[in-house]
Design a protein around this ligand. Structure first.
Ligand SMILES: Nc1ncnc2c1ncn2[C@@H]1O[C@H](COP(=O)(O)OP(=O)(O)O)[C@@H](O)[C@H]1O
Ligand SMILES: [Mg+2]
Length: 228
């Protein structure tokens, strides 16, 4: 598990360090799994200089000790001293703008902190405009997915369906984390990734999960995590 967490989250600019996505039905345990994975990463020396930014549009954070910030100034102040920051964008009409500003600010921060790296998790990203396989995400989301690696920044986009990911991202990810997937996604992934997830999807019940490594083209299966 430790090696897998490094593969998923270490933003060291290496060939693996592209963005990732986690797609599974609502209620399948995505937020719980993500919270456990980041909590485990924090115990690993390799993540000493990594800042984790968890954006929850639904305002559901499961990090027990982190007080969520509702504006970006507070978030960045918090991140000076704390490795995990939680951000709740408040106004639906500004969700996209707020997240764009967050991404730009992290890129600026990465320039002035060459020893730090950053993981930006956007939970329930399917709520955002452009999160659709025919959609066009904002310039900043594009930048995060395409140009984050060289700046030691990784994005993790959590969505209900694989089909919620803008097409341009499909070729720019190192891995997909799956839990219980919808049957529509089985057809979709055959077309888009050329992989048949049907056998795997039959195994992913009761909070079991899998990582599809898109670089090595290998699948790794895991038992449910313990909620944090
Ligand atoms: N690994 C797990 N073990 C036990 N209960 C879990 C686990 N993962 C999720 N749950 C329970 O399932 C419910 C939905 O989980 P959540 O992580 O919010 O799902 P999602 O983010 O996919 O909608 C929660 O009430 C949570 O307590
Ligand atoms: Mg969730």
């Amino acid at each position: 598990m430790k090696q897998m967490i490094r593969k998923l989250f270490l933003a060291d600019g290496g060939s693996y360090a592209l963005s990732t996505c986690m797609s599974a039905r609502s209620g399948s345990g995505k937020t719980t799994l993500l919270t456990r994975l980041i909590s485990e990463a924090r115990k690993d020396e390799a993540f000493k200089e990594t800042r984790f930014i968890y954006v929850s549009i639904k305002r559901e954070s499961l990090f027990p000790k982190v007080k969520p910030s509702t504006n970006l100034n507070d978030l960045f102040k918090h991140l000076r001293k704390n490795p995990i920051g939680v951000y709740y964008p408040l106004e639906p009409q500004f969700y996209e703008d707020d997240i764009d500003e967050l991404i730009d600010s992290i890129f600026t921060l990465s320039d002035s902190n060459p020893d730090s790296s950053f993981v930006i998790v956007i939970d329930d990203a399917n709520i955002l405009k452009g999160f659709d396989n025919r959609g066009i995400p904002s310039q900043q989301v594009k930048k995060l997915a395409v140009a984050g690696r060289s700046k030691r920044i990784r994005g993790l986009f959590i969505t209900h369906r694989l089909g919620n990911l803008p097409r341009l991202m499909n070729g720019n990810m190192s891995a997909v984390i799956l839990m219980s997937i919808s049957s529509m996604d089985i057809d979709y992934s055959k077309k888009i990734f050329g992989v048949d997830f049907e056998p795997l999807s039959n195994e992913l019940f009761d909070y079991k999960w899998a990582v599809v490594d898109l670089i090595e083209e290998k699948t790794y299966r895991f038992n449910p995590v313990k909620p944090v």
